[in-house]
Each structure stands twice: as C-alpha cells, then as structure tokens.
Design a protein around this ligand. Sequence first.
Ligand code: NDP
Length: 420
Amino acid sequence: MADKMKTPRTSEMEFGGSLGALLLLFVMPGTVLYLLVTCNTEDASVLRLPGSWPPLETLWDPFAVVLLLSWISLQAVLYMLPIGKVAEGIPLKDNTKLKYRINAFQAMLVSSLLAGAAVMVGFPLSYVYDHFLQLAVGSGLIALFLSILLYIKSLAAPESALAPGGNSGNPLYDFFIGHELNPRIGFFDLKYFCELRPGLIGWCLINICFLVKEQELRGSPSLSLILVCGFQALYVMDALWHEEAILTTMDIVHDGFGFMLAFGDLCWVPFTYSLQGYFLVRHPQELDIPVAVGIVLLNAVGYIVFRESNSQKNTFRRNPADPRVARLETIPTATGKRLLVSGWWGIVRHPNYLGDLIMALAWSLPCGLSNILPYFYVIYFTVLLIHREARDEHQCIKKYGVAWKEYCRRVPYRIFPYIY
Ligand code: NDP
C-alpha cells in the first residue's frame, strides 16, 4: 500500500532529457531578450542580430523588481481573500482531493479598477513600456529564484507528493520539469496561483500600459493596438471566467512545478504574448476599416470554435447525461469514461487547439504583413500545440489503449481538418 502511494521513477524524459533541459534553461530567457531587443530596433528584422545589444548593467533595474514583487504580492492577497467558491481538484494518489479558491475573475476586476484609477490620477503607466526589457529581466530572475526555492522545497516533500514526470533522479531535469506536483504553503497553491494570476492578468495590465504609451506618443491609441488589446483581454477574461477548468489540465494534473512552468507563467507569457502590442507602439500600422472587420470576424470564429469545443468536453466530463451533450456519439473505454466522436470532437481530435490558433493569427494580423516578428506568437504557439497534442496523445494511448486507437481511426485529423 505504502509503495502504491510512492511516485514511481520517471522513465521517459521529455524535451530531450537533461541535455534538452539544460539547453532550454538558456534558450527560453535568451528568446525573450532577443525578441524584445529586436522589436526595439528600427526595422525589427529577425533575419539579422540586433546591431547593438544594450549594455548588461542597463538590463537591471531594482525599481522594476520592486514593482514586480508588489504586483505578485497584490495578486497573492487577492487570491487569499475569502471571496469566490472553493473547488476540488481531481483525486490524488492517496485518493484525497486538494481544494482551490476560485476567484481569479474577481482578482482581474479589482486589478482593472486599480489600473483605471492609476490612469485617472495620472500614474505614469508608460513606465512599463519604457522599462519593458528591465521588467522582463526582473521577471526572469524572480522565476529563477522561485524555481530554486521550489526545488529545495521538493527535496523535503514526501515521495507521494512528487510529479510523475519530474521524478527522474536527475537534479537538473527535475529542477527544470518540476519535482513536486502541487507545492503548497498551507492553503496557498504556488503552481495554481502562478498559472492564472500574476502573468495572465499582468499581460492585460501590460497592454493597458501600451495603450497609455500610444496615447502619450500620438494623441490616441491606434485601431490596430485597440484590436490586439481587446482580443487578448477577451482571451484572458475567458480563461479566468473558466478558472475551474484548469484543475483538469495537464499542467495541474501531470506536470510538476519547476523552472519550465515558473518561467513560462511569470516571464514568457506576459512578455512574449504581449509582443504584438510592444511592436505596434514602436512600429505603428494603419488599418482600413474593412480589414479590421475581417480580423474581428476571424477572431470571433476562432473564439467560438475554442470556447464551444472546450465547453462541450468540460460539460461531458462533468456530466455525460447533460442534455447539451447526451445525444452525442461516444466510444466506451476500459476505464469507464467515454470519448466523444461527434460534435466538435468528431471534426478533429483537438478542435480547441484549432480555435486557439485561429485567434492567435487574428492577434498578429493587425500588425500588418511586412514584418514576421509580431507573428512570433502564432508560429511558436503552433509548435507548442503540436508538441502538446503529441504529449496528450501519448497519455491517452496509455489511458485508453484500443479505444483511443478506434477514436483515431474515426477522427483521423489531429488539429487541422484534412491537413494534420
Ligand atoms: P485539452 O483540454 O484538449 O484536454 C485533453 C484531454 O481531453 C485528454 O487528455 C482527455 O482527457 C480529454 N479528451 C481528449 N479527447 C477527448 C474526446 N474525444 N472526448 C472526451 N474527452 C477527450 O488539453 P489542454 O489542457 O492542452 O488545453 C486546454 C485549452 O487550453 C485548449 O483550448 C488549449 O488551446 C489551451 N492552451 C493554451 C495555452 C496558451 O499558452 N495560451 C497553453 C496550453 C493550452 P480525459 O479523457 O482524461 O478527460
């Protein structure tokens, strides 16, 4: 019984094992820096290295770190407020369920009110644009420091609390992937907190600061920037509104909390997902109304595919007898769970990824077609989701065996109908 509770050693290493992990420790922060420095050059060309890199000492700004820590602390206080319901996660190895406070949407509303008040009283929000590089470096350092603390904490964690994917015994790999599954300080769940709050809400705050900066520079924000910020705000609000859905995702259920997620949540998401806005402040683009309408429609199509397919699966997983999904065709599996083979999940095996990618394209199009840099997000996201789909497929074959193979036979395309 005690052995059953232990997390077995990780036998299959992902991302190229410890060498891949070592490489990514440098490639991830290096990419953020490269993108931001390139975006700030005259032509923002990714085809050649930026001529002059900013001197190392200019990348460090203690005030930026103080601001970041204040922001994270504010989000931590909002997370801890006894507002919103408490939901249970999926059963752990010992059959217990962790409890999670669901109040990220309220945290977003309070943060927006505070940002609005800051604009009203003339607080210099354009500081964020002017010190974007320093803020990104500060976030990266905070993420690194947090990952080191998380790894040290994980060494004292019981065997049953370790992540199935981050228990290889190789310290570098486990540090990168995350050794402990759900590190907590009392009720405060560190991974869950970082997944949705400081970075994701911070991404919207960054966009507001870009709008303020454009207002200062050109008298009013451009239509292109308004569209990008509007689309991304919708995406973040949707994620926060459906906060509970994150409790069943790979990140919460399977992945440990280490450098990969800490850096991803605190630095990568806010500072690369906002690249289109950063680009537009430095390289303004004219947008004709008919083109803008076309882009809005494209984003709407992407959002509908993304939201409807995610909701259909979530409803089905919560209650297969729900009238909204009860008539859909399904395949039984040996685990007792069924797989949808009609509706959205009968078109491709990951309709939610398809919708997400359509939206990603709509966020880049307002930046025009003359530069590839603002298309970084859609290119990177395609690679990420293709890789994520392969990881999920691997888990599903292990979980569902022949039933999954039957699903693949009935629904042969993974993300893009008739293409992939
Ligand atoms: P999914 O929501 O796609 O979940 C995959 C799981 O769904 C499978 O493991 C399986 O789990 C279940 N499933 C798969 N096929 C079926 C089926 N036919 N019928 C019923 N259940 C099925 O995974 P993600 O967590 O990767 O994505 C969630 C959303 O988050 C997506 O929209 C994605 O685009 C988005 N996302 C965004 C990111 C970003 O950076 N912006 C990053 C990652 C994801 P089980 O059977 O155990 O329920």
